[in-house]
Write a new protein. Sequence first.
Length: 560
Amino acid sequence: MVAQQQEACPVIKLEAERLPDLNIPRAGHALFYARSAEGRLQGKNGELTVVGGHTNGFVPTPTAEYLKDGKWHTMPMTYTHDFGLSVVLKSGKVLLAGGCEQPTGIGQTYTAELYDPQTHTFRGFGNMHQKRVWASALELDSGQVVIAGNWYQKDGIEIFHEVQSGSGDYKGKSSFSYVKDVTAERSTPYIFRMADGDALIIGSNDIKGDTIHSTFADRLKGDTLHIPLFQSWQPLKISTHDDAMSFIGDEAEGDYTYLMPVQDSTGQVAIARVSDTDFSLLSTVCPIPMSCQGDAIEYFSNVIVDRQAHRAYLLGISTNYHAAPEKNPLYVLCIDYDQTSTNGGAPMTLYYTQPLEVVPNSTPLLTPEGNLLIAGGLTGSSNYTPSNDVWLLRVGGEPEVASSNKSFWTWILLGIVVLAAILWAIRWRKQKPTSATPEPIATQETAEEDVPHLMQHINSIMESQKLYKNSELKLSDLANAVGSNRRAVSDCINSQVGCSFNQYVNTFRTEHAKRIIRQYPDRKLSDIYVESGFANETSFFRTFKALTGMTPKEWKDKGI
């Protein structure tokens, strides 16, 4: 059974990329992209921002940071929000509220403030109805924010309403109003939108961290809801999270569907599909892997959805991280939730990183390029020694093709440029006598005049050794093959071809797939993507269409 599961769910090593460190080590903080309402309408990505949390000594910090021009810039906040709640609003502002009152995670607070990313300023404006720590919040279509959950303090449901206009003393004010008590008090509950402006509140953590076994869920408007699935499966116990990240529905169609991790009594994890009041398990090619190479996995995050790629991610750590955090990798389970494999379920891939020596304790973030980012966390699994590490996990490959013609023609131009470089390299190789071993390139920074020669060498090695057919090919592998270093090779590809390493390699893979389709039109596409070096079918179809403007089947049918 283990062998079959490993075959059905490929296991791939993923090289985590270190980004600039935070200025202040943090844990218990929030991480998000912030942009103004105007920037949102224009489709801008926004600034990567971290707020609050606690720093060395388990002391709350009244600071935030945003990343710009490759550097983190520190900002003062009005209050501290250690294990507080945060919601990026449709208005572009960010609601921050609650958190620990004192160092070492003691007490709760009422205080609330709004962050304006356009001016990089924080404005305190009032108090929640209840003191809260480890609460959850979600904005409804109406603009109101549902808040629920607490830690060692009374729980209940309240609403935040941001006032956009007004007169007199009420101009620009925002308010909180209490709605009702809950049938089961929870910490960090899941909150999902429902039809008719309702919301569903569920979870398996009570306000003291003990497990709740219940088949009922609270609702913002309606009565409690009985969920038959919860007789066998319970929501996975996780820390702070952003349920908006797990949305796979369509607001315009009134489809409010989410993905949620659940766990049975044996510890097995699965993915539940939550659509209004309907709960069901998502069918996958095999059970979600609970171990990797002899290491038991503990999943700790909510489901993070890339809606463009129709992929979902679930993050995990080694169950042994408390004993030896410096030896434990981070695990990322990728689920192509809208696809069905030959085995009848959604395909999955399990990625693992090198040991990162940090345990994330805030929601990982999906980047605009479809990758995952973690910032801060714990070192040695201790709240007294938070981390300032920032890591990028390149699980998404290249960005999705934008709807504009500009992005389409950018990819076409890229393909032409790379193909021309390949043809030039082949011609150059025929003219120059070959030696038994390639001429090594200096390992120090490549001089400016050597860059074209290095690019020729890279093209030649890629074509002759067919390195692109290795689905796990890394930048360091290519650098070793040409006798150079990662930085020089990356800069060379960026300057000479105008694309990233992944885009460059996938261009070779696409050309190889096209050659196979031409020569062997009866070959299955599922075989072709593997032989061409693509890690999965999703990446194959997405990249092929980006470079050709057609899916592989459309390209094959045209007989180009």
